[in-house]
Design a binder for this molecule. Structure first.
Ligand SMILES: [Zn+2]
Length: 381
């Protein structure tokens, strides 16, 4: 019912009954329950239908907040939304990911989370949950197995964070940043009505979140979408994971932002270098344009594998790829069309994300909303 009202509000109890197949008495009692929990409210709106006015319902959720925090090599982002998805805050701060231990990272994330919680409490909102996005392999229990660009192995992030926050009364989830970026695109992005999409992170690492038939696909242990570690060139530069010629090393952001395609370089350099590259390309600098065509073509070679395998309707490029998209996408598209057997690349479009930096943080908040929509409801009062 929450999902239906989220998508069709304002709507009446009769609309809900008709679409869910529940009888009207059941719908009325469930609506009463949801109103009591502050998740739904009646609006003054009525709709004349066969002469009988109906009270219309919308999602309420103003007493609640869903929070996402994104950990990246160069920044932390926190985003909070209310139950209806309205943005409550967006905070971004620089973070020297590779220079700190996972313990120090937990301290930094906990400090940011505490500030968000304090703000939400001041606004008299209850936090429904916190999801933390990590650029690495996150297993199905939320354990971080490997995050190469942060230098982490086997970190119980949810547990450590829960202890740092002294056992909060809401769930803490941990997920891969690309998975959460895909959830954000699916719920809030311009391809939200697309049930088959791939979101590609353009952070220090490159990962893919895969939504097929409307659902995030995680694979057997949760490790699907390691797009950045598809080998593009066996003789290519060594990747942060230690293997030669991974897509991340050949066509990742590190390659765009420096002549040395391999970390470490200072995370603080990434954004200025991307801006400089975009400035040079916009000014017609031949060397910059050639470099971007090369990177776009290599990216397209990787994307063609995804498109042949999955036939997505859209591939959405996020993060630092966005400011460079107008140069990368034409080259990538040409390569995808060349290498994909389906006519017209199976209808796949390659587009830049409109969600900006912090898509994974927004996806973290979206995952909390998904769990509420799936029936994990906050208690009354
Ligand atoms: Zn690799």
């Amino acid at each position: 019912m929450l999902r239906f009202v989220r998508e069709h509000a304002p709507c009446s109890r009769a609309d809900i009954a008709a679409s869910t197949g529940l009888n009207k008495a059941t719908v009325s009692s469930l609506v009463a329950d949801l109103i009591e929990r502050g998740l739904m409210r009646e609006t003054g709106l009525t709709e004349n239908r066969v002469g009988r006015p109906a009270t219309m319902l919308v999602l309420d959720g103003s007493p609640y907040a869903a929070v996402g925090i994104e950990i990246n090599v160069d920044y932390l982002t926190a985003i909070a939304v209310d139950l209806s998805g309205r943005r409550l805050l967006t905070w971004r701060r620089t973070f020297a990911g590779p220079a700190v231990t996972s313990g120090q990272a937990v301290t930094a994330v906990a400090a940011l989370a505490r500030r968000v919680l304090t703000r939400m409490t001041k606004e008299a909102r209850r936090v429904l949950g916190l999801t933390v996005a990590v650029p690495g392999l996150v297993d199905l229990t939320g354990g971080v197995r490997i995050a190469p660009n942060l230098g982490w192995t086997d970190v119980d992030l949810a547990g450590d964070l829960g202890r740092a926050l002294r056992g909060p009364d809401f769930p803490i989830l941990v997920d891969n940043d690309a998975n959460l970026g895909a959830l954000a695109e699916h719920r809030f992005g311009s391809f939200g009505d697309t049930d088959n999409l791939v979101y590609v992170t353009g952070e220090a690492g490159t990962g893919a979140g895969v939504i097929m038939d409307g659902r995030l696909r995680r694979g057997g242990q949760g490790f699907s979408g390691e797009f950045g570690h598809i080998q593009i060139d066996p003789c290519g530069p060594t990747c942060g994971c230690g293997r030669p010629g991974c897509l991340e090393a050949v066509a990742g952001i590190a390659r765009v932002s420096t002549d040395k395609p391999v970390f470490p370089f200072s995370p603080a350099e990434i954004e200025p270098r991307i801006d400089e590259m975009a400035r040079l390309a916009a000014a017609g600098d031949r060397q910059a344009l050639n470099a971007l065509v090369g990177i776009g073509t290599d990216l397209g070679r990787g994307l063609a594998i995804l498109v042949n395998l999955l036939n997505p309707q859209a591939v959405v490029l996020g993060g630092h790829y966005v400011p460079l998209a107008s140069w990368l996408i034409p080259a990538a598209e040409a390569e995808v069309r060349r290498l994909v057997i389906a006519p017209d690349a199976g209808g796949c479009r390659i587009v830049a994300s409109g969600l900006g930096y912090g898509a994974a943080a927004l996806g973290g908040a979206a995952r909390v909303l998904d769990s509420v929509d799936s029936g994990r409801l906050p208690g009354r009062g």
